[in-house]
Write a protein that binds this ligand. Structure first.
Ligand code: HPA
Length: 274
């Protein structure tokens, strides 16, 4: 057994008594969606602090627990709070919760986050469905001995965000009359926001939005053969796109302002998940 698989599966063995069902969807909540978990019919929760050897977030506003419950008829495990590479955790630790949710049985990973808009057609408060990502500015979570129990050494990433799920999200947004942008998410390490020159580079590279999470989780999920979809809340325009200096306060304020629509969209996407 590979060391990585052994670590994750031994954590799973210790918590599986508190996992109330086999979840279909694993949902990662980003800024603004934090209280989505209050909307669901809750069946249980596990605070990260009660899980031995589990990475715990140090960022204000990021609570840390798994919440289990039903969105309509769909059993879901929710990560209320994630850890970021910039907090000092190794990439293997950052994606450990994703691997754990796969061991719980989740087949679909739904990622959400707050991101800076690079595409000038975007506005703060917009939602952007992820169609692809750029992750070559961060270390891959798959560097090191490959855990074959999870997936192959060289996983295919050509459909990192599932085409059918993208079509499903488009349809739900249309039905709810919620405008939906689409684009490519680029993950930087953070924690400093980018310089205007870095954002020009991101734009040249083809990015529509930038952030400090998510792509690494999506790599780990694809490695394990999960179907992935994701939506960013564009919380601010990225550095240099307009005059405003960036602040975490602005990021949180915008995310909070559009949270009701964000929650509605995510709820219906999961409730009617094909
Ligand atoms: N840059 C990086 N990460 C972010 C941003 C940004 O502008 N906004 C929210 N997360």
């Amino acid at each position: 057994m590979s060391q990585v698989y052994e670590n994750v599966s031994s954590i799973y063995e210790r918590i599986k008594g508190s996992v109330p069902f086999c979840p279909k969807v694993a949902l990662v909540l980003g800024s603004g969606l934090g209280d989505f978990a209050e909307m669901i019919e809750k069946k249980g929760e596990i605070p990260y602090s009660e899980i031995p050897d589990f990475p715990v977030s140090t960022v204000p506003g990021h609570k840390g627990k798994f919440v289990f419950g039903y969105v309509g008829q769909v059993p879901v495990v929710i990560m209320q709070g994630r850890v970021h590479y910039y907090e000092g955790y190794a990439m293997e630790q950052v994606v450990l919760p994703i691997r754990l949710m796969k061991l719980m049985g989740a087949q679909v990973l739904f990622v959400t986050n707050a991101a800076g808009g690079v595409n000038e057609k975007f506005q703060p408060g917009d939602f952007m469905m992820l169609t692809d990502h750029i992750a070559q500015f961060i270390p891959s979570p798959l560097i090191g001995e490959n855990p074959p129990e999870f997936g192959p050494r060289f996983p295919d990433m050509s459909n990192a965000y599932d085409g059918k799920l993208q079509e499903h999200i488009r349809k739900i947004a249309r039905t709810l009359n919620i405008p939906l942008q689409e684009g490519i998410y680029l993950q930087f390490t953070g924690p400093a926001y980018e310089t205007p020159a870095e954002i020009r580079m991101a734009k040249t590279a083809g990015a529509d939005a930038v952030g400090m999470s998510t792509a690494c989780e999506v790599i780990a999920a694809n490695h394990m053969g999960m179907c992935v979809c994701g939506i960013s809340c564009i919380s601010n325009m990225a550095s240099g796109i307009n005059e405003t200096p960036l602040s975490h306060v602005e990021v949180q304020e915008t995310a909070d302002r559009v949270a009701p629509d964000f929650k509605k969209l995510v709820w219906h996407v999961i409730e009617q998940m094909p």
